[in-house]
Design a protein around this ligand. Sequence first.
Ligand code: ATP
Ligand code: MG
Length: 247
Amino acid sequence: MAFFSRSTPAAQPEFQPEGTLAPNALIGLRNLEKSYAHGTSRTYVLRRITMDVKEGEFISIMGPSGAGKSTLLHIVGMHDSAWTGDYYFLDQPVHRLGAKDRAKLHKQHIGFVFQSYHLLDHLTVYENLDIPLSYRDIKKAERESMVCDILDKFAIVGKKDLYPNQLSGGQQQLVAVARAVISNPKVILADEPTGNLHSSQGKEIMELFRKLNETGTTIIQVTHSEANAEYGSRIVQLRDGWVVDEP
Ligand SMILES: Nc1ncnc2c1ncn2[C@@H]1O[C@H](COP(=O)(O)OP(=O)(O)OP(=O)(O)O)[C@@H](O)[C@H]1O
Ligand SMILES: [Mg+2]
């Protein structure tokens, strides 16, 4: 049965030596692997991922549950450092950076929408939205106006003083997306950003991503939705940790 069949890995792009990236590449992954050890055995969840993401691309990552989509996005988002291979971001060798430099790099350039939202429970909606701005050198008055603008744009002004556990799942997802885009990051990484939204709200988020992409933001989204994937310029299929050719 096709559902259980293991897919053939896609032909890997020619391995490029360390330090060389495709022209305009913002992100370069070379032979990236992640595995978990269980006693004496090892389970691989990402296998020999070699890919470039050019500045201004909009990529959709698709694949069945457990394929490794979130794992890959977390590595690209620099939340996870337990992997092997090479990862270049803006020509910086992430694989050689220490935790502090990695954190600085992703706080500066990456907006992340977590599959499970990851809002800070002890902070209000307003305070959660202010966090990414606090990493930048932005004056307090300007930060206030940016938070107010985004609250308005996402129609959540009335929720600004509530805590995440006082919001519905969909509302938390909206705040999570707002938090990822508020500081105009160079790259947005979004893990099923519309999974919990009504279809019209989901479409609005996709339209927002389209507009941000048109003005130069690089976007990588994970999605199970064919319609959402169509917003992207390229689809990357993952199966059992491998990038594969066939859908
Ligand atoms: N701590 C762990 N130990 C062992 N295996 C793990 C661990 N964490 C995750 N995995 C495995 O990694 C694989 C990939 O998980 P991942 O969350 O990346 O999948 P996904 O493609 O995002 O799936 P979904 O569509 O359901 O979100 C899964 O098979 C999962 O069981
Ligand atoms: Mg996932």
